[in-house]
Design a protein around this ligand. Structure first.
Ligand SMILES: [Zn+2]
Length: 207
């Protein structure tokens, strides 16, 4: 786990050294992945850091947790695994705008807010995805009472495993705090300060 988290941090450090606010857009919607994330707290990233920078790290670390829980599910939780496989098969062939994205964009809304540009978009990626979505396969026979119970138990086990792995990655991440904080200080802070200066200059009344 330490090694995996270390690799994720390395990749993020590499990415953040090239970060520019030009690629950064403020978002008014609350990000479900980052809000209250224990990963963020463990990372030591200051609260005022731009969301994109925080999100990039949270996503990379989240991928580690997801992978471990997926592997565990595949190996030990046959019913849940079958359920998830069924859900995946339904997506096959459709266009998923969120598929294959770099971790920096993982979990972000693929479309900008329509009101942001002041004009509605002619089409959106989400709309396109809805159009090319294959038809839902015929519903399969309902689960028996025992099967439902088994599925609930397996979901519980998967949740427990996810919580355990989450704790492990947070603990491992805390060892990287100094490097993470130094990278924010070096690559992000000066750019944020420059943006704020620029903003306050523009707000000054003309002499
Ligand atoms: Zn986020």
């Amino acid at each position: 786990m330490d090694r995996r988290v270390g690799r994720a941090v390395e990749a993020w450090l590499e990415w953040v050294s090239r970060w520019e606010p030009a690629a950064y857009r403020g978002r008014s919607r609350i990000c479900r992945r980052c809000t209250g994330s224990p990963v963020l707290i463990a990372s030591g990233i200051p609260a005022g850091t731009p969301h994109q920078v925080k999100h990039a790290l949270v996503s990379r670390v989240q991928r580690i947790v997801d992978k471990v829980v997926d592997d565990y599910t595949e190996e030990h939780l046959p019913m849940l695994h079958a359920e998830l496989r069924g859900a995946d098969m339904w997506r096959v062939g459709g266009y998923d705008p969120a598929a294959g994205l770099d971790p920096e964009y993982d979990g972000l809304d693929p479309d900008p807010e329509p009101t942001e540009a002041g004009q509605p978009f002619l089409f959106t990626l989400a709309g396109l995805a809805a159009e090319v979505q294959p038809e839902e396969p015929l519903p399969r026979p309902p689960l028996s009472a025992e099967e439902k119970q088994q599925l609930r138990r397996e979901i519980e086990l998967a949740d427990l495993r996810a919580a355990d792995v989450g704790n492990e990655v947070c603990f491992a991440l805390m060892g990287h705090r100094p490097r993470i904080e130094a990278a924010i200080e070096r690559f992000v802070e000066p750019q944020v300060r420059a943006m704020l200066d620029e903003l306050s200059r523009n707000l000054e009344p003309p002499a």
